[in-house]
Ligand binder design. Structure first.
Ligand code: GLC
Length: 522
């Protein structure tokens, strides 16, 4: 189980309004209490913060905003002393435009590092080398007047793409990986893994026939030549080989692709990412039949020996509670923590934190600022963690970098910790159940039933109880029949806690938004 920490927003220890490494240390006991066994921290490296740390200017250091290398070493040892693992964010696709590599690369056409980035001449009419668009709006090529060429940036112009076809670049990133692995880091979440290699000929991307004006500009084209190139798998295999040279390290890949393509990121014979992030619960409509089909398809598509994983949210997406509502967010939590595979929890998800409306003049996220009017800002899902009901929610003693949820007086860790019916208690009980049964952590998954309202499946490992999970994904009541009338089922955890301990008959009625886990026996 992985818990994602967005470090700016988790806990501020030095009253500057921005979260930091010592803040994370302060809250490790909380994470341990919750039952978390691995954390992934979004980038903490020196950065001009054009994209809040995803624009790195020094891969082997710590941004002073977050602390020092000593703080980092302390954090890692505190994590390990609690028996937890720690993953860092690795951003190999692009650096900051302020990184010494890029400064050197842009210094002249004959610079030794010119070929570390993707430089091309203009077309005869002066326009960019091809039609590729930036994910954050506008063209993906930036003109450099002093050397008279364009460079490619899939994201901001402050985030030039590294040239992964250049072996020196690969070696430089491998060196970064070794630096952190030698320190004892347990692995990496690799940023935009499917972007790392681009078409050698830089061919134009074709138009997207499904583009609608409300979508991001980037969606106007299908990124067939700018992403997901076959050669990316060679690069990933090399990264994996490097990791395998150490004990027990792992690699997650951020990959937004359809299932059949996503699967290729496990690599041939599992020589790729251990976990290519599975974002289906984010991208699919919240409908029982669609989700249930997708789960089956995903399970069926997994290569031999590949391990599944599930995600409800992250720092780039609207929070689950804001997408499906407070009641369904509990159903979603039960799904996340009972499906087969590793769940990743986004900080605050366990409290039922919501997206927060950020007034236009306070928007920080470049994606929001560059494409105004499209509601693409990611700030609403990045607001400070809500620890208690004091002035700044216990996040900081100073005004936070991003405004707090107005609901923090009610929705916070302290208030929820001792309330047995709170969101947090529900989450914690689910985690406890999951961690104490092999059926959940490594048992098999059997789809039992689904229709437009309900989704049911069972989990079973040898030597452990069999569990039946029944989820009503709508607000309307529904009923469900046990797969065999002679089965005996007993509810052990439910969104309606007063039903816990009840034996259930062959036909089960569920209220709207109700979901439960039951033990089954013949
Ligand atoms: C990934 C990150 C996102 C960032 C982008 C560019 O998608 O999750 O936050 O903006 O990469 O690095």
């Amino acid at each position: 189980m992985i818990y994602q920490i967005y470090p700016r927003s988790f806990k501020d220890s030095n009253a500057d309004g921005v979260g930091d490494l010592r803040g994370i240390v302060e809250k490790l006991d909380y994470l341990q209490w919750l039952g978390i066994n691995a954390i992934w921290i979004s980038p903490i490296y020196p950065s001009p913060m054009a994209d809040f740390g995803y624009d790195i200017s020094d891969y082997k250091n710590i941004h002073p905003l977050f602390g020092t290398m000593d703080d980092f070493d302390m954090l890692l040892s505190e994590v390990h002393s609690r028996g937890m693992k720690m993953l860092l964010d690795l951003v190999p696709n692009h650096s900051s435009s302020q990184h010494p590599w890029f400064l050197e690369s842009r210094s002249s056409r004959d610079s030794a590092k010119r070929n570390w980035y993707i430089w091309r001449d203009a077309k005869p009419d002066g326009s960019p080398p091809n039609n590729w668009l930036s994910v954050f709006g506008g063209p993906a090529w930036e003109w450099d007047p002093s050397t008279g060429q364009y460079y490619y940036h899939a994201f901001l112009k402050e985030q030039p793409d590294l040239n992964w076809r250049n072996p020196e670049v690969r070696e430089a990133i491998f060196d970064v990986m070794r630096f952190w692995l030698d320190k004892g880091v347990d692995g990496f979440r690799v940023d935009v893994m499917w972007h790392m290699v681009k078409d050698e000929q830089l061919r134009d991307n074709p138009p997207n026939p499904e583009y609608q004006p409300y979508m991001a500009d980037y969606e106007k084209l299908l990124p067939v030549y700018s992403t997901d190139q076959p050669e990316v798998h060679d690069a990933i295999r090399e990264m994996r080989r490097l990791l395998d040279g150490y004990d027990d390290r792992m690699m997650i890949g951020e990959v937004y692709l359809p299932i059949h393509k996503l699967m290729t990121y496990y690599g041939m014979d599992n020589s790729g990412a251990h976990l290519p992030f599975n974002f289906q619960l984010i991208s699919l409509p919240w409908e029982a039949d669609k989700i249930s089909i997708a789960v089956d398809e995903y399970e069926a598509a997994l290569p031999d020996g590949a391990w599944p994983n599930w995600v409800l949210g992250n720092h780039d997406q609207a929070r689950i509670r804001s997408r499906v509502g407070a009641e369904q967010a509990r159903v979603a939590a039960m799904m996340l923590l009972t499906l087969r595979g590793t769940p990743t929890i986004y900080y605050g998800e366990e409290l039922g934190m919501t997206d927060v409306a950020i007034p236009a003049e306070e928007i920080c996220d470049p994606q929001g600022l560059n494409m105004p009017g499209k509601n693409l800002s990611r700030d609403p899902a990045r607001t400070p963690m809500q620890w208690n009901d004091t002035k700044y929610a216990g996040f900081s003693e100073a005004r936070p970098w991003l405004r707090l949820s107005p609901a923090y007086k009610r929705i916070n860790v302290e208030a929820q910790k001792n309330d047995p019916h709170s969101f947090l208690s529900f989450y914690r009980r689910l985690i406890e159940l999951r961690q104490s049964h092999a059926s959940f952590t490594c048992g098999n998954f059997v789809p039992v039933f689904s229709n437009r309202q309900v989704m049911a499946y069972s989990r079973k490992a040898e030597g452990d109880d069999e569990f039946l999970i029944v989820l009503n994904l709508t607000h309307k009541p529904c009923s469900f029949e046990l797969p065999k009338p002679e089965l005996k089922a007993k509810i052990i955890l439910s969104t309606s806690p007063w039903l816990e301990g009840n034996e259930i008959g062959y036909m089960i009625d569920l209220n709207g938004d109700e979901a439960f886990v039951a033990t089954v026996s013949a």
